[in-house]
Structures are given as structure tokens and as C-alpha cells.
Design a protein around this ligand. Structure first.
Ligand SMILES: Cc1cc2nc3c(=O)[nH]c(=O)nc-3n(C[C@H](O)[C@H](O)[C@H](O)COP(=O)(O)O)c2cc1C
Length: 137
């Protein structure tokens, strides 16, 4: 039983977003995360990235510091960070959201919803997303 899993949730604004940027990010993330024992999920739209990462503390911190230096996005807000005993996305080196099943409206984002989201609300988005995943396993 692993009890030293760290998880983080952050939101950011894509910089010059394109579908091919997203494809490159996903390919690289899955390759690296697999090696680093990291799993998680990434929601992506042209105006928002929202990512959940979980794994060994050291690897999460290292990966997040690389992500914060990436110039493909800006305005990175850490919405939650904490420890867990089990993974939400055990089978996903990085799950994406091709059908865009969840999203805030552009108006909500523009009016600053990200600054008001609580840790629990941020976590609930990913708990819900992980359950949707399970139905297809
Ligand atoms: C929105 C976003 C999400 C990312 N997610 C991950 C990730 O989960 N894992 C990862 O290794 N890199 C991720 N990256 C890429 C990193 O910023 C960085 O380019 C990469 O880790 C560098 O890998 P390297 O040191 O092997 O060259 C992400 C980048 C962006 C913009």
C-alpha cells in the first residue's frame, strides 16, 4: 500500500495553442510519466489547460518544475497539492479528454472562476473524470 503519493492540480493558459502542440505534450508526457511512475489527466481547450498529476513526491516536484518553465503555456495557478494513498488514474500515464466532456464556459474563465475554485471543487472534477474512465475499463 503506497501512502507517499503526491498529487497536484494546476490550471494554465495555453500560449499559441494548436492541436499539434497538444499531441506533442501528450506523447512526451506519457513517455516521461511512464518512466517516472507518474499518472494523471489533462483537460485541454484553446483557452485552458487543467492537469492532475500523481506519483512519488520527488518525481512530481521535478516534473512540475519542468512544466512551469514550459513556454507553451502561461499564468500557471496551483489549485491543489496534497498526499494520497491511492491513485485516481492508475491506468493512465496521461489521460486526455478528446470529447471535451467537461468544461467551464469562456465567460466563467474570463470572469476569474479559476481564482475562486476551491481545492475540493478542483479535486471533484478529477474524481468524477476518473469514474467516467472506469466505466470503459
Ligand atoms: C500543459 C502541459 C502539460 C505537461 N505535462 C507533462 C507531464 O505530465 N509530464 C511531463 O514529463 N512533461 C509534461 N509537459 C512537458 C514539460 O513541460 C517538458 O517539456 C518535458 O517534461 C521535458 O521533458 P524532457 O526533460 O524529457 O525533455 C507538459 C507541458 C505542458 C505545456
Amino acid at each position: 500500500m503506497t501512502s507517499n503519493l503526491k498529487h497536484i492540480i494546476y490550471a494554465s493558459t495555453p500560449f499559441g495553442f494548436s492541436r499539434s502542440d497538444l499531441d506533442h505534450i501528450l506523447i512526451k508526457s506519457r513517455y516521461n510519466n511512464d518512466k517516472n511512475d507518474i499518472t494523471g489527466a489533462l483537460f485541454c481547450r484553446d483557452d485552458l489547460y487543467l492537469q492532475y498529476l500523481e506519483g512519488p513526491e520527488k518525481e512530481i516536484e521535478l516534473t512540475f518544475s519542468k512544466i512551469t518553465e514550459d513556454d507553451r503555456h502561461t499564468e500557471i495557478y496551483l489549485l491543489k497539492s496534497g498526499m494520497s494513498t491511492r491513485r485516481l488514474f492508475a491506468n493512465w500515464a496521461m489521460k486526455d479528454d478528446p470529447v471535451q466532456s467537461w468544461m467551464w464556459t469562456r465567460e466563467e474563465i474570463d470572469s476569474g472562476i479559476l481564482e475562486k475554485v476551491t481545492e475540493t471543487e478542483a479535486m471533484d472534477i478529477f474524481i468524477k473524470h476518473s469514474r467516467e474512465t472506469d466505466q470503459f475499463l
